[in-house]
Design a protein around this ligand. Structure first.
Ligand SMILES: Nc1ncnc2c1ncn2[C@@H]1O[C@H](COP(=O)(O)OP(=O)(O)OP(=O)(O)O)[C@@H](O)[C@H]1O
Ligand SMILES: [Mg+2]
Length: 286
């Protein structure tokens, strides 16, 4: 069996130039986006997507031009949570026009491309064995295309909703050279802290600053204190968002929770969190 080291040259594909050209196109697309922030955790189900959706709504309400890229290709939820599911994508001269929510948030998600509710994302390769081998690089290519081909226009902030897993951030960081920062999400449980601690280590390895930690579903469990995890990791605790079933219900209806229940403790926490993140992006710590 041939190994990579046995392959002389690039077989005439000029792969290096191709990749450089793709990176140039991506750079050009993101030139009109002032800041890109990734919401990460490592742990699944802790509320990364819920926080991304609600932060986008808070910042749009505050007057910012906001976009959301659903970087979770296998379990996309952004279109549903932001109420744009089923909207048709329009291909215009400037690229694919992302649907806009009622608050004007631009959304791009694999969910808008899949043909039906039950259709999963499947990578086509000659055999499924090969699909498995190439999955990482195919995911990276798909994310690059998503970012590049979407007509984001002028944005103050593009939020990236990452899937669970600690390695995904490295893929994103390799693509988005000007990542303004990462926001790490946990819930008050030992199991979550165990994984999130590793995610913070990964986040600290990328060039972009770790803006801080968020405790979601605060009060649901009498687990470990996120303030201690943040202190141990040397990052700020940006805020705590209480557990509120109404927040989950609003996401299921595709409604912006912060707009429909603005007086709730969770909405107030989200507004404060959004302001905290915005301040840290525009005025990064010295
Ligand atoms: N503060 C909260 N209060 C109540 N329910 C919440 C809260 N945050 C998230 N949820 C609910 O918890 C579930 C998981 O949230 P979400 O999908 O945002 O997590 P995730 O970290 O993005 O998951 P995944 O790792 O699968 O991408 C959802 O049903 C969501 O509505
Ligand atoms: Mg998610």
């Amino acid at each position: 069996m041939k190994k990579y080291k046995d392959i002389a040259g690039d077989g005439g594909s000029n792969i290096v130039a191709q990749v450089e050209a793709q990176q140039r196109r991506l750079r050009a697309r993101l030139a009109t986006v002032r800041a890109v922030v990734a919401i990460v955790s490592g742990k699944g189900g802790v509320g990364k997507s819920s926080l991304t959706a609600n932060l986008a709504c808070c910042l749009a309400q505050a007057g910012l031009r906001v976009g959301v890229l659903d970087a979770d290709l296998n379990g996309p939820t952004m279109a549903k949570m932001l109420g744009v599911r089923g909207q048709r994508l329009v291909l215009a001269s400037g690229g694919v026009e992302p649907p806009r929510t009622s608050l004007g948030v631009k959304v791009m998600s694999m969910d808008l491309l899949l043909p039906s509710d039950s259709a999963p994302l499947q990578w086509n390769a000659v055999t499924q064995d090969e699909a498995h081998t190439w999955r990482g690089s195919m995911e990276a290519s798909a994310l690059r295309e998503f970012l590049t081909d979407t007509n984001w226009g002028e944005l103050d902030l593009l939020l990236l909703d990452l899937p669970p897993g600690t390695d995904r951030l490295l893929t994103i960081a390799a693509l988005v050279e000007r990542l303004a920062g990462t926001v790490v999400v946990t819930i008050p449980s030992d199991v979550s802290h165990l994984v999130v601690r590793k995610a913070i280590t990964v986040a600290s390895q990328v060039k972009a600053p770790v803006l801080g930690l968020v405790e979601n579903m605060a009060g649901l469990l009498s687990g470990p204190d996120a303030a201690l995890l943040a202190r141990d990791a040397g990052i700020p605790l940006l805020g705590r968002v209480p557990f509120d079933p109404a927040l989950a219900a609003a996401a299921d209806r595709g409604e912006p929770f912060v707009a429909v229940a603005p007086e709730s403790a969770a909405a107030r926490a989200l507004v404060a969190l959004a302001a905290e993140i915005q301040a840290r992006i525009t005025a990064p710590a010295a």
